[in-house]
Design a protein around this ligand. Structure first.
Ligand code: URA
Length: 259
């Protein structure tokens, strides 16, 4: 694993700004657009709030907590998950996707579930969304390939198996696998957790609120500061949200820098 140079860091930042939509430099003097007067917001049509259900409220058919808690190392946890036979998702998956990156990292990212590429390769976030995730974090000086804990990332998912046709995880699948995820966090003991997207945030923050409300809202998971971020797959579909994602990444950077 390599240390990033300032040049590589600047390049990654530039890359992320291109992702944000910047395609030219238009002036020598910076303009603080946040300080400019905003147009009055359009009145929103009154709509009944969508009924949200916390994912964690689902009934659990098998109690996996004792199995998870008995694992005293990441290797033991990985083998327990790989041999776990109570989740039907496993039958349709090619591989068990356990983690990627550096377990000594200060930041642990938790996504939803593997997609097609991840299922094929056995690593989380390596498809299109994963490439964007790498760019997002590179822009604040973090990488899954780094050896130094302060600039490294550790990545896992709520579910280790790909749901068929990438459908949303079912509450009972999440409830069944959540004890393994909690043990995973306890064994890694990161300084900060990033929950990427709805499923991860709802599962770990025990909230019924969606990611649009939760993003950027610091809270705790097992006593560890945790920040929800938009999922990169959502950012690929809704590029206008990248600005908010950038603000949230800067909030993480500020905490990492002790601000
Ligand atoms: N989306 C996720 O949430 N996790 C992955 O590993 C890939 C895509």
């Amino acid at each position: 694993m390599l240390e990033a140079t300032q040049f590589e860091y600047d390049l990654a930042l530039l890359d992320w700004h291109l992702e944000l939509g910047a395609d030219e430099a238009i002036g020598e003097t910076p303009i603080n657009r946040y300080a400019l007067e905003k147009p009055a917001p359009k009145p929103k049509p009154a709509a009944a709030p969508a009924p949200h259900t916390p994912i964690t409220a689902a009934p659990v058919a098998f109690n996996s907590t004792p199995l998870a808690q008995a694992c005293n190392s990441l290797d033991a946890l990985r083998s327990e998950v790989e041999s776990f036979a109570h989740c039907t998702l496993k039958q349709g998956a090619r591989t068990t996707v356990f983690c990627d990156g550096n377990p000594a990292a200060r930041v642990m990212i938790i996504g939803e579930a593997p997609g097609r590429e991840e299922d094929r390769e056995g690593k989380p976030f390596i498809g299109r969304a994963g490439l964007l995730l790498d760019k997002m974090f590179a822009a604040i000086g973090l990488s899954r390939h780094e050896a130094a804990p302060e600039s490294a990332l550790y990545i896992t998912n709520v579910l280790p198996w790909r749901p068929p046709q990438n459908r949303d995880p079912k509450p009972e699948e999440i409830a069944l696998m959540k004890p393994f995820l909690l043990r995973h966090i306890e064994l890694v003991q990161p300084d900060f957790i990033v929950t990427m997207g709805n499923a991860s945030t709802k599962t770990l923050r025990d909230t019924a609120l969606g990611i649009n409300k939760m993003r950027g809202q610091w809270g705790e998971v097992l006593g560890i500061p945790a920040l929800p971020l938009f999922h990169p797959a959502y950012l690929l579909r809704s590029p206008e949200k990248k600005r908010e994602a950038w603000a949230d990444l800067l909030s993480l950077k500020a905490r990492l820098d002790g601000k």
